[in-house]
Ligand binder design. Sequence first.
Ligand SMILES: CC(C)(COP(=O)(O)OP(=O)(O)OC[C@H]1O[C@@H](n2cnc3c(N)ncnc32)[C@H](O)[C@@H]1OP(=O)(O)O)[C@@H](O)C(=O)NCCC(=O)NCCS
Length: 192
Amino acid sequence: MSFPPTPLPNARVYLRRLQPHDAPTFAAYRADPAVARYQSWDTYTLAQATEFVATYGPADIPGPPGTWRQLAIALCVTDGLIGDCALHLIADEPRIAEIGITLSPAYQGQGYAREALRSLLGYCFTELQLHRVYAITDALNLPAARLLESAGMRREGHFRQHVWFKGGWGDEFLYAVLREEWQQVQGSGKLV
Ligand SMILES: CC(C)(COP(=O)(O)OP(=O)(O)OC[C@H]1O[C@@H](n2cnc3c(N)ncnc32)[C@H](O)[C@@H]1OP(=O)(O)O)[C@@H](O)C(=O)NCCC(=O)NCCS
């Protein structure tokens, strides 16, 4: 199970490990209120980023079932960090993974997240041979819903007032894709 995966043909971004020099960029985009809005944090400091990158940068990818790992999304041209993906093999069923994705606002709206997500799904299904990948997103997070749908993920659930989140009950969407579905969509050339 090698990481990082081979970049997609003609890709502008690729997935790699977080590295110590990524910490200032990582902290800066995570601290942006628009990025934090639907995430588990409100603020994000350079000290947190430095510790996070030092801890998880060198760690095994994927982590043991039940643990989360964060993969850097980097521009192919500069190797600069523009976001990160999360990968979590489920403790009781490690053939299933939960994923997440965050992009620096400076790089949003250009299709970079879509490329990174396709790369992550390719890694999950081709390299890790996973059976199913899912993502949970706040129902108000429309860019995330659009992104997950663009990658061929299906909305399977709408959980009403499912989490107590930042002072109120929040609805969540569950999106998922099976390996066989992902392979069919890849073969059809429907993804842009
Ligand atoms: C969720 C998130 C990653 C989506 O990022 P994004 O920039 O909207 O997604 P993409 O990079 O795929 O860009 C898609 C947009 O770029 C446009 N675009 C421009 N050039 C493009 C290209 N060459 N290829 C594809 N799309 C392109 C698309 O039309 C689309 O526009 P639309 O949103 O108006 O439909 C981003 O909103 C984010 O980081 N949010 C904060 C963190 C968060 O909440 N994460 C969700 C956790 S699950």
